[in-house]
Design a protein around this ligand. Structure first.
Ligand code: HEM
Length: 464
């Protein structure tokens, strides 16, 4: 479906606009019936039946934000612009709210009236479609600091941050450069590579495995687990993606448990050992917390960075003048990586749950409702970023991006991701006569993460 026709087709199909006026007259979107959270609406309290129906019918297809539209997967930005213009606080037929304005997204990320711990919200979609709070993946998510609220969150975060310190990250600089040089060297004689499989995946997974002190031979296995979990986190699920995510979580946990036992017996100079011994006011991570924190770092530590390098390089290949600018002015790289992360954010949306009734932009969000912060949309909000669809590596406020979130959950690994991209991307763009093999670019079928499956390039072969 072409976006220009999307709204018209939608009205034709449904016979009504799905945008309705909020209590103060603002367009809030969503079904024409009065909205309620799943927990509040007895008619929807049939979790298994609803979950199955949603998986099969894909109710999101009918909304102002057509989740299953291939055009949205290819280029979500025009859809975000329309959403921001027509219903910036929009209740999607999937049952949650979509926020697309920069001010709303960054305010809600910092607002204690919204939380991440969804375990108290009965029948919330995120657990219903994944088998409930007892299902392996949902139970694991609820142990991650990423899905905890203060004060639990604060304790887990402080202990992890003690181990995963800026000093430890800066200590990786030389090693990151070495890995990048080796990867470029491995492919320079061939004159071709798939940037995703041969570079953007290998660099971050090697770095996080080495940091944690995990054997790098297992990195393909780590990638497969993280892949299954990230598909399991997407707003659209099938029974198959849920089952694979559950198996991945159980296998990953089993593997990490064995490595933790090993490291307890013989401590090393690594992040895992530092996590084992991290202590704050007499508190330490217990065994399940330790395992889940390692799982989280393994998961969060490479997929998103892979996507930053992949999406960033694709954007540069599509903007040769900006690439030339970067090659001529290497110190631009810090700002350039922020701009690339803003321009095509690896994480497109993150959830929050209202802990009380809250009004945003004239729309009343009932306690218990899920709100999706569209980071990708906020990053393209013209209110903050003039000409938001242009790539400008010198953009003065590129650092105001929300790609790493905001508030207490601000990305713990942002400095590491930036370091890897700041070393990795220049090495790629300096490859002589670098060209995209256009027809072979493939995108992953995911919406929460913006992710390339393959990014094949050619360049002039020769020694690096
Ligand atoms: C370009 C790369 C990355 C992006 C775009 C990214 C994005 C994000 C975002 C948006 C959040 C906040 C989620 C929320 O507010 O709900 C987050 C949290 C987090 N990220 Fe990253 N991330 C990246 C790389 C990394 C790396 C390399 C690591 C670790 C090695 C990491 C570890 C974490 C952790 C542990 C959290 C949870 C923090 C908390 O809940 O307090 N991330 N990340």
């Amino acid at each position: 479906m072409k976006l220009d026709h999307a709204a018209a087709n939608h009205s034709k199909r449904t016979g009504r606009r799905s945008v309705h006026a909020g209590p103060t007259g603002r367009a809030c979107g969503g079904p024409a019936t009065p909205h309620m959270s799943l927990a509040m609406n007895p008619a929807l309290e049939v979790p298994a039946a609803r979950a199955t129906a949603e998986r099969q019918a894909g109710p999101g297809a009918e909304g102002l934000f057509p989740w299953r539209d291939p055009g949205l997967l290819a280029d979500p930005y025009p859809y975000y612009h329309r959403l921001r213009a027509e219903a910036p606080v929009y209740r999607d037929p999937l049952g949650f709210w979509l926020l697309s304005r920069y001010t709303d997204v960054s305010a809600v990320a910092r607002d204690p009236r919204f939380g991440k711990d969804f375990s108290a919200v009965e029948g919330t979609r995120v657990s219903v479609i994944r088998g409930g709070v007892e299902a392996p993946m949902v139970a694991e998510l609820l142990r991650w600091m990423l899905y905890r609220d203060p004060p639990d969150h604060r304790r887990l975060r402080i202990l992890a941050a003690k181990a995963f310190s800026p000093r430890m990250i800066q200590g990786m600089r030389a090693r990151v450069q070495q890995i990048v040089d080796e990867l470029i060297g491995d492919h320079s004689e061939r004159g071709a590579m798939d940037v995703i499989a041969d570079f953007a995946f290998v660099l971050p997974v090697t770095v996080i495995c080495e940091l944690l002190g995990l054997p790098t031979e297992e990195r393909d296995q780590c990638r497969a687990w993280a892949e299954a979990v990230s598909r399991g986190l997407d707003p659209l699920q099938t029974p198959d993606t849920v089952a694979r995510a559950d198996v991945a979580v159980l296998e990953m946990t089993d593997y990490v448990r064995r490595v933790v036992a090993l490291r307890r017996r013989s401590p090393g100079d690594d992040l895992l050992t530092a996590l084992i011994s991290a202590e704050e006011e007499g508190s330490r991570l217990d065994e399940p917390e330790l395992i889940s924190t390692v799982n989280l770092l393994l998961f969060a530590g490479h997929q998103t960075t892979r996507d930053l390098i992949g999406n960033g390089l694709l954007a540069l290949l599509e903007h040769p003048a900006e690439t030339a600018r970067l090659i001529e002015d290497p110190p631009l790289i810090g700002n350039a990586v922020d701009e690339l992360t803003r321009y095509d954010s690896p994480v497109q949306m993150v959830p929050r749950w209202a802990r009380e009734n809250v009004e945003i932009g004239g729309c009343r969000i009932p306690a218990g409702d899920q709100v999706s912060l569209l980071l990708g949309a906020a990053n393209r909000d013209p209110e903050l970023f003039p000409e938001p669809d242009s790539l400008d590596l010198g953009r003065p406020n590129a650092g105001s991006l929300v790609s790493f979130g905001g508030g207490v959950h601000f990305c713990l690994g942002a400095a590491l991701a930036r370091l890897e991209a700041q070393i990795g991307i220049p090495a790629l763009v300096r490859l002589p006569e670098l060209r995209l093999v256009e027809d072979a670019v493939e995108r992953r079928q995911q919406r929460a993460l913006r992710s390339l499956q393959a990014l094949p390039v050619t360049f002039r072969p020769g020694p690096p």
